[in-house]
Structure formats: structure tokens, C-alpha cells
Design a protein around this ligand. Structure first.
Ligand SMILES: [Zn+2]
Length: 338
């Protein structure tokens, strides 16, 4: 007994010394708490306002929304990624119209970046689409939940990582914040990124995708303290466990796996941007609140957002990313995905 104990103590002393500057033992709690209802509300009242004209792909309204996002990153001193020339990944109209010509103009993904301190070449992508369906018959489709909610979640997650970094607790791996365009027309922005990645896909360890996390669906009328997770166990049992533990340790939502069922007729797994990462073998998880009566209606307005739920789900996405960024090993791909 004693011998083992001595060896154990010695080993732990050694590992403490060698990881002097490591952040692995810093709990994310303090940074989780920088993600607030107030901030999310401030951002979403702007992103989902009539001024943004429903953020149709390539429209002036979408560009305005994009400018707002970039300004927030500048205020928080969060840079565009290494290797990029600015906050935009430009996507030519020809790409957007290739599979089906909808006369879409050029558009842009928007990105921001928090460089890792120990394994900067390994990247976690956190994605959400910032386009929506625009104006129809003079009525603005504000898309507050779809996907204004994910859009503002990304702002808060990036800010939390940057605050941690400023205090010497930056992520070990790099974080790429990716606001994709053209989702409503067929996941174009994420497909463009996957075909033209800034960082090699082989080094992209996970995509955390957020699309609609600000409302509740008909199956959760009694409580909005839930989130659907989809795809977390399709490619990696590590990713599944990380999501479960991050939730248990820091957020305590009810995780509903109803739509994780491959035979579910809604096929949500194939319907948002993570799919363009998952199809390339990258472990991916999709955070989602389910659909509701205002889904793709002009009534998907900011007044209907449940900001308490939006805050908790954003905090969960951050906690998952924190764990992925700081743990010793990247999640192992041990499943086929199908
Ligand atoms: Zn969406």
C-alpha cells in the first residue's frame, strides 16, 4: 500500500511540475458565467431586428448583420483566424447557385479565432448559420430562433474564451468561430468551408453546431430546461461522453436524444451545418430546441425567445468546447457514422 502511495505521490508531483502552465485544472465555471441573458438579449434584439431584413443570403440585411458580428469581435479584441486576411470567407455566387440556380449573389461566411496555447494546430469549429429567409410579400422573416439564437450564442462563447485567455487560461487547442451563410438554401456556407477549409480537416477535431436554441417545442411544455443533442455518438463515443459530463458538471439540462434516433423521420441530422463536417468523418454535435409553430414563419420573433433557455444551452455549448479544447486527447473516432 505505502509503496504504491509514494509512487503515486511522486508521479502526481511530477505531472504537476510538468504541467505548471497548464489550464487543464481550471474549471470553466467563471467563464460559463460570463454568458448572460442580458448580453444574449442585447445581441439578439439587433440581429433579429427588421433592420436586418431577414438576413437573406447575400442581401444588404445579411451584410448588416455580419457587420454587427464583426464589430463585436473587434470590441472584444477577438481576431480573425491565422491565415485569413480579414473576418470574411468569401463565397462566389457560382458556388451558391451550382446545384440549383436561385440567382443568389456572392455571400460570406464570417469567422473569428482564439488560438490554442499548446496544440494550436488542432481546431474545434463552433458553427451557426447567420442567414435566414429574408422578406416575402413585404413581411420580414426575422428568424430570431432560426438561427439568430445560434448566431448570438457564438458571440458569447467567443467572448468567454477570450476573457479566459486574457486571464491566462486560454484554450489549449484553437477555437474557430464560424458564422455560415446560405444554410436555408442548402447548407451552402458550411459545405464551402468543408471544401475550402482554412485549417486541414484532419486537424479539425470536432464541430459543435448550434441551430435554434432559443425556444421550446411541443414535447417540452412543462419545462424549457432541455436541449436536443444530435449526432454526438455517431462518430465518437468520446464526444458523447464529453457532452454528457459537461452537462452534468456545469449546466444540468435534460438532454433529449429523441432526434438522435437514425430512424427519426425528421432526419434533423442531415438538415443543419454540422452535417458537412460529419460527412467528412469529423465528430460533430448539433444543439437544437426542436421545431415550433413559428418555424420558418414571419412570427419567429425575438419577443418569443426564452432567454433563460437560450442562456443555459449556450453555456452548455461552451462547456463542451472547453472540455474538448483542454483535455489531453482529441476525441477518438471509433464509430463509422452510419
Ligand atoms: Zn436553421
Amino acid at each position: 500500500m505505502k509503496k504504491i502511495l509514494i509512487l503515486f505521490l511522486l508521479a502526481s508531483t511530477l505531472s504537476c511540475t510538468s504541467q505548471k502552465n497548464s489550464v487543464s485544472d481550471v474549471p470553466p465555471t467563471k467563464y460559463i458565467n460570463t454568458i448572460t441573458e442580458t448580453d444574449l438579449k442585447t445581441h439578439l434584439y439587433i440581429v433579429a431586428s427588421d433592420e436586418m431584413e431577414g438576413r437573406e443570403t447575400g442581401s444588404l440585411g445579411q451584410k448588416k448583420a455580419g457587420n454587427y458580428l464583426i464589430n463585436q469581435y473587434k470590441i472584444d479584441q477577438i481576431p480573425f483566424p491565422k491565415g485569413a486576411t480579414d473576418y470574411y470567407q468569401r463565397i462566389p455566387a457560382a458556388f451558391l447557385n451550382a446545384s440549383k440556380n436561385e440567382n443568389l449573389p456572392d455571400s460570406e461566411n464570417i469567422w473569428a479565432y482564439i488560438e490554442g496555447s499548446e496544440k494550436p494546430n488542432e481546431v474545434i469549429v463552433i458553427s451557426a448559420h447567420y442567414d435566414h429567409v429574408g422578406v416575402k410579400n413585404g413581411v420580414v422573416y426575422n428568424g430570431a430562433d432560426d438561427d439568430g439564437s445560434g448566431t448570438v450564442a457564438l458571440l458569447e462563447i467567443a467572448q468567454a474564451f477570450q476573457i479566459a485567455k486574457n486571464e491566462g487560461h486560454g484554450p489549449k487547442r484553437s477555437i474557430l468561430i464560424l458564422h455560415v451563410t446560405g444554410e436555408e438554401h442548402g447548407l451552402h456556407g458550411s459545405r464551402y468551408y468543408a471544401e475550402n477549409p482554412l485549417f486541414p480537416l484532419a486537424n479539425t477535431i470536432t464541430d459543435i453546431n448550434i441551430d435554434m436554441i432559443g425556444r421550446s417545442d411541443e414535447f417540452h411544455k412543462e419545462s424549457n430546461k432541455y436541449v436536443y443533442l444530435i449526432g454526438s455518438d455517431y462518430l465518437s463515443s468520446d464526444l458523447y461522453n464529453i457532452c454528457e459530463e459537461a452537462n452534468k458538471n456545469y449546466v444540468n439540462l435534460f438532454i433529449d436524444y429523441k432526434f438522435n434516433d437514425r430512424s427519426d423521420p425528421n432526419r434533423f441530422y442531415y438538415r443543419s451545418d454540422h452535417y458537412n463536417f460529419a460527412k467528412n468523418g469529423i465528430p460533430s454535435v448539433f444543439l437544437f430546441n426542436g421545431v415550433h409553430a413559428d418555424y420558418h414563419k414571419p412570427t419567429d420573433d425575438v419577443e418569443k425567445i426564452e432567454f433563460d433557455a437560450l442562456t443555459k444551452r449556450t453555456q452548455l455549448a461552451f462547456a463542451i468546447a472547453w472540455e474538448l479544447a483542454n483535455r489531453d486527447n482529441r476525441p477518438v473516432v471509433d464509430k463509422s457514422g452510419s
